[in-house]
Unconditional design. Sequence first.
Lengths: 560, 421
Amino acid sequence: MAYTNILGMMESGKRALQAQQIATQVTGHNISNVNTPGYSRQEAIFETTHAVDLFAVGQLGTGVRIDSVRRIHDQFLEAAVLKNMSKSANFNTTFDYYSRIEGIFNESTTTTGISNALTEFWNSWQNLANNTGGTAERIDVREKANALVSRINRVRSDLVDLQADAESRISPFVDKINDLGSQIADINEEIRNSTIVGDNPNDLMDKRDTLVAELSQYAGVETVNRGYYIDVKIDGNYLVYGTTHNEVEAYTNTANNDFTDLRWKATGVGITLDSGELYATMNARDTVIPQYMSGLDTFAQELVRNVNSLHVNGLGLTGYSSLTSDNAVSNPANALNASALAFTPVDGSFTINVTDNLGNTVPTVINITAGVDTLNSLATAIDAIADISASVVNNRLVITAAANRTFSFSGDTSNTLLALGLNTFFSGSTAADIAVNSVIAADTNKIAAAQSFSPGDNTNALAIAALTNQSIAALGNKSIGNYYNAQIGTLGAEAERARKDGDLYTSISISLKNQKESISGVSLDEEMVNLQRFQRAYEGAAKYIITVDEMIQTVLTLKS
Amino acid sequence: MRVTQNMLFNNIHRRVSNSNVEISKYQDQTITGKRYQMPSGDSLNATRALGLKTKQANDIQYGKNVDSGISYMTTVETTMSSVVEILTEAKTVSIHGVNAATAPEDRKILAAKVDQLLAQLYSLANTRNESGEYIFSGFKTSTMPFDPTDTTYTYAGDTSNIQREVSPGTKLTVNFAGSQVFGDGITSAFAVLQGLSDSLNASNPTTDTPATSGDITGGVAIADLNITTGVNDTLNLSVDGVGGSITIAQALPYGSAALLATEIQTKINAIPAYVAGGISVTVTENAGVLTITSNSTGITSTVNTIGGNAATNLGLNTGVGVSTPGADEQISIMTRMGEVDTALTRAIEYHATIGARMASFDDWKSRLADTDITTASLISQAEDVDMTEAIMNLSRTQTAYQAILMSSANVMQMSLMDFLR
């Protein structure tokens, strides 16, 4: 084409008008979406149209056209944002759980926690030691113990509730992940279809990025850009591969306390997450909460063991006329150390003292061989003692004294009294079931402050009160109170760390988001300038068309 | 860097929200006076504070234990000082009594005085504290330690120590057993006062009539004595608690019971342990019946023929012969005075001991008070906020907040649109 004509000039004017119009429209689209989450600003790319070769002049331009509408986007930055997002969601959710656990323990600067109740409990024994005959002191011991066990029970059941709450969140998360996965697969398909026909599906890509971002909040994902597609991997397997979505299944895991765990529906392969809100929730359920539950259980168990071990050998103000053991054995014909008791009897002995109404006491030593003796044989041995009878009722030992006789215990080296729950202070053996023994609850005269029937004997009360400072081997040579305080210290430290990690990743996220916004965000000022620019260009092109038109008219005038 | 309006708005949003978090934190601090509300706020200090608070509560309890101990010992101390007064008075009475110039009828008045003192001493020994517990009974707090109707003056309590824990593992005793303070049985202060009263009432209160072995009946006539060497020639006995043994020679011609009595007396008094202990006996004979009498002048003098085969032949009963002061067997007021003095010394000793113990409890009390101050200040260091700092921080964040709002308001107003017409 080695020539030009005036109508061609008109054509290039038209192209210019069209191009500026499209650019203005893109600007309008940007302005409209200034607040749309995930929107990446778009830019109309101007391109000169093919030039014509003009002999002796060289190439002559034929105007402008819009080559494409480009989405301004940095996919590497996007990947970094995703990664941080799942970490930040992970730590923030973890901190949420920690602060809820802290709230449950409530060891704040006030006096509402177990720690305070424990101290008051020990001190109530000191007060009893100061006045062993005092009814008020006895009732105080019982009430301080009630306050302590009710706090322990409440914390334990609140932790169970929190765990159940975490568990109840798993399935909705899985539904959400599947929903997002299938949407991403659908969008992958749409993008492919429109790209094949030559479109630039910018808005669909934005939408897809938004979906992937939402997904990465729930679970750490890995994304792979593959042509039209973005593939999404969870735990090394594809959740989305091109246009296919592999479903994640929530199933009841019998190997994990019947909690809901994740696996791939198609293959049945289990899924292990490493970050995201869902991971944090499962981690809280499986690791964080159980850690404090078991710490509390150990604490409660040692409290019961140590207080009871001293209490069983002590004496209240009055002996027993009848007593039923607190803990049932699994089978009275089984050996005592194989009877499913929370505390296991060992070889040793204990003494039953039978006292008549004149105060004369006859002690009888009962020897225990833990692997041989059964509850039945123990009952027989006790039954053989004069003036008391013993039998097994509902897998429990029942001892009854004859008229005008009472009985009491001492010198247990076999843990039998502790294990069966005879003359104990606490019943139960975990944080969930620790309670004040019903016998004590009904009659505070049975609180064993003494080691003799003398009313002023405070030796046992002093011994129990001294537990406050006694280091316990089973608690890593810490005292019971210090063990509990150490648990709270760990909780505080871990919560603090989770909070700081959360803060860190949140601030990294913010900075990455700012970077992303800096590249992809819409600047209204910029768009205003562009608007002005395109308007002026449009005006110029219009002026050009008018000029060409006038030229055409001039040409037409030549003819007349 | 390209900055968009959204970035500006996001930043404003974030800063305002951060600022609010800070304001709320410092406000919490100024309201509660604590640096943090939950352990995660400052886990290190929170754990420290938790441990310190346990210690503080324990120390407060130890303080209560000390107070309880002091209150218990105050009762003991008051009682002891009255006991000392009464025994001092008894001693004064005995000094009057021993005076040769005192007329027998005056001695009777003095005896009545001693009876009164004895009644008071019983009431003191049976003192109960505010909880109604006998303080001199050991653990047997509901048992009267000395029953005034018991003529053997036996202590009915036990010797257990009632203790108070004043610091971890340190248990201090707050009581005395009645047997420690007043003695037990015939050596008890009660027996001594009763004895003094008896001596003052006695007809001849200035001479001692020593204890005897008691009645020795069923004497065998000397002629019937059939002692064979190595078979039945041994007599075992115990005088004033010291054991001894003699052999009666078969060959000696016991022409009379009196000779036998002299022989036995010589042999007993030659027992080395008796010579060393200053113990001696007198053996008398009356119509063929032997009586062995200790020459000791205390109320504790005893003669005990434990046996040996000669005892039967001699017709000596086995068993204890304890002197019982009475109309016929008198102990001089002088001796009684010595006994009262012993009881008084014992009481003074325990009075001083209780004083020393109370001083030690006072020491613990002030030590605990000192520790409490230290602990409280450590707790304060661990969790309390520096109020000036908190208030300054609060006003600083408020100022910052205002600055953010003001600058934001300006920034938000700015738009190119205002200039493009």
